[in-house]
Design a protein around this ligand. Structure first.
Ligand code: MN
Length: 503
């Protein structure tokens, strides 16, 4: 049997010798560092490390990413520190590993309204898209081995995968990763729905695959006879979770899903795409309104292809997807396609680590990825942090709040709850006691200390409160405080009465 080391060397055999050396030394370092550690089910911890690095090699990521994949859990789980890694492997790899450690602190606790913030924060913390790619590999392996954890942990991780990881993969155009993660998470998050779709698909696939193969043979013949050049024609089956979402939109009726199976045609050039589309329509009648030109108008995440749904023999309906090899590569790997190892890029050395903190500009990036020089320029421009006016802080149980820069514990308290704001007296920031006007920064864990005896907010707070929400509450609450005070002073006024008024 092949050893793990032989396996990884084989995966990277086309890489430059120095790149292979790097992968090998990271392998040996990690294997020794995790020596003796076991996972929840008793298997060696290094299996997870190896699987993560191995996926990165499968995706043909450059050697520093594979190396960082091997080292990603070292500072957190072993006696070796980040500076040990820097000593052995240099600054760049150490910074990738550091990103992994930081990201692992971010946890989704199932509050819908925080999901989008958490996604933004995920990218803001990662800073370098390569860190995100490594994290995806780590997560794919964690999802594949999720059954080793107790039920509640499984559910939490699977929901996090579905709400945070898969949408980010989608926005980065990484269709392959998005699909794998969604399908792995589906069975844990919606077990009954998963069973339903699985059985539904099994039955339906049998007969659809039959006429798919038939249609494929016909189109291949047509292409050969007409001398239309193509690189590849293959069938593809829709992924389970994306099928499920589509079923929900179509009365749960699988007969209304035309792209359960599809024929994919890969050609050399954009011109060949349109030629191929013509040939398909020449052979089969297209359905009205079902021709989609995502080449002229790419999807928001950059996806490009021509789609058409046609009638095959006996009125059977089938979808064709036509694209160039580059479009195919980008549909599968998205932003990671740029780093994929190729001969001409000589070792696939990645663009230098850049600050990538954006969301809105992804579409632009996707388009400009096609041109290496513009891509580097774009990354340079993107150093302008789109989050520069926002900060993200944590509540003690890990929820993320999105606040304007310069916000204080008072703004934080009012965002959580009016009552918390009205009774706050001081704060605890990252465990240290702090005054109510202390400016917060991204990543702070903020705990509000209250005193129920407090008579509402102080107008002094208006001097430092940043958010409109907090300022409104302070003004309203201050009136309430005065009213309460007056009531106390008037004969017959009591605390009990004012409490009743409040509710
Ligand atoms: Mn890991």
């Amino acid at each position: 049997m092949k050893t793990k080391l032989e396996h990884i060397l084989q995966q990277t055999q086309e890489y430059r010798p120095e790149d292979q050396e790097l992968v090998k030394s990271a392998y040996l370092f990690a294997e020794q560092a995790h020596e003796g550690q076991r996972r929840e089910n008793g298997s060696p911890y290094f299996s997870h490390i190896f699987a993560t690095a191995s996926l990165l090699a499968d995706w043909r990521m450059p050697a520093p990413l594979i190396a960082a994949g091997f080292l990603h859990d070292v500072p957190e789980d072993t006696k070796h520190s980040l500076s040990d890694i820097e000593k052995h492997f240099g600054k760049d790899i150490a910074s990738l590993v550091e990103g992994e450690t930081k990201l692992s602190a971010l946890k989704y606790r199932g509050k819908e309204r925080y999901a989008e913030n958490l996604r933004k924060m995920f990218l803001a913390i990662a800073q370098d898209i390569r860190v995100v790619i490594i994290k995806f590999a780590d997560r794919v392996d964690n999802m594949r081995t999720l059954n080793i954890f107790p039920e509640d942990k499984r559910k939490r991780i699977a929901r996090e995968t579905l709400e945070i990881y898969a949408p980010i993969a989608n926005r980065l155009g990484m269709g392959e990763v998005k699909g794998i993660l969604e399908d792995l998470a589906f069975q844990y998050v919606f077990p009954e729905e998963y069973e339903w779709v699985k059985i539904l698909v099994e039955e339906e696939l049998k007969n659809r695959k039959q006429y798919l193969n038939h249609a494929r043979t016909l189109i291949e013949q047509k292409f050969r006879n007409a001398g239309i050049p193509y690189l590849e024609i293959h069938g593809r089956t829709k992924r389970v979770y994306s099928l499920y979402k589509k079923l929900l939109k179509h009365d749960r009726d699988i007969a209304k899903i035309y792209d359960l199976v599809a024929v994919r045609i890969i050609v050399k050039s954009v011109a060949d795409c349109y030629t191929a589309l013509g040939a398909v329509h020449n052979l089969f009648t297209p359905l009205k309104g079902r021709i989609k030109d995502y080449i002229a108008q790419p999807k928001p995440n950059g996806y490009q292809s021509l789609h058409t749904t046609v009638f095959c023999e006996e009125g059977k309906i089938i979808e064709f997807q036509i694209r160039t090899a580059e479009m195919h590569e980008e549909a599968e790997y998205g932003i990671a396609a740029h780093w994929r190892y190729t001969e001409e890029r000589g070792g696939g050395s990645p663009p230098p680590a850049k600050q990538v903190r954006w969301m809105q500009d992804l579409v632009r990036i996707q388009k400009e990825l096609r041109d290496e020089k513009t891509f580097l320029k774009t990354l340079e421009e993107l150093k302008i942090d789109v989050f520069q006016n926002r900060i993200f802080v944590f509540t003690p149980n890990g929820d993320v709040l999105d606040l304007p820069e310069g916000s204080t514990p008072v703004d934080f308290a009012y965002l959580v709850h009016t009552d918390l704001g009205n009774h706050c007296v001081r704060a605890q920031i990252n465990g240290d006691i702090a005054p109510l006007d202390a400016p917060l920064k991204s990543g702070d864990i903020v705990k509000i200390i209250t005193d129920q005896k407090r008579n509402g907010p102080s107008t002094q707070w208006l001097k430092f409160a940043k958010t409109r929400h907090a300022r409104e509450k302070i003004r309203a609450g201050a009136h309430y405080g005065i009213a309460k005070l007056l009531k106390k002073m008037l004969p017959g006024g009591s605390d009990g009465a004012s409490k009743k008024n409040r509710s």
